[in-house]
Design a binder for this molecule. Sequence first.
Ligand code: KIV
Length: 262
Amino acid sequence: MITLSTLQAMKEQQNKITMLTCYEYSFAQLMDEAGVDILLIGDSLGMTVQGHSTTLPVTLEQMCYHTQAVARGVKNALVLADLPFGSYQQSKEQAFVSASELMAAGAHMVKLEGGTHMVETTAFLQQRGIPVCAHLGLTPQSVNAFGGYKVQAKNDLEAKNLLKDAKAHEEAGAGMVLMECVPAELAARVTTELSCPTIGIGAGIDCDGQVLVVHDILGIYTGKTPKFVKNFMQGNSSIQEAICAYVKEVKERTFPTLAHSF
Ligand code: KIV
């Protein structure tokens, strides 16, 4: 079983961590067997599964349903579930109630989006036995505030603030930090300065691990494909082979490349 200690050891041994989004049982079995270290029940299911244009309409009940289905298919991987929009931002107590539902559904860790303003929530959850992954950079639940899906922390002040937020989450007890769409140089610096593992998506080659949306690696999402995506069905003849190829390329550091980075 992959635990937080396993992930910590992987960072220390410079053994890359693999993560994919997963929303149901059969894919969970395939990914688990292919050696994916972390299965993320991402609220991206609002777009890939439900057909919405953002992650905002996804409910806690839906996240619990998908988490249960994924957890049933897993023997080895760590199960990470997203706290959906509106289920944790109001108060740390609200976050605890929502996170405990995801844990009861089978998650081993929950992910929340946000910097300084969410640090107290990270501490509150961690102190009550709920491991937390802090999602920084492009946080899709704030797409309306950002004015679109854009690369974040491009100037010095924003980069300094992201590093400060990552350290504050770690000090509050976060077991992992995920960075989305940030300059590769910044993600590398955060990875060096944090003791806990970092996971990148559009965050360069130097994070401790990588995540992609499964629909993107299989080339079945019809929306706009970002620069950091690679279609692993190309050159592979089955879904299983494509997932194995993703794991191999991340572990061997042949994915991502500079072409997938900002
Ligand atoms: O919901 C999701 O799929 C995510 C990834 C983009 C990291 O949070």
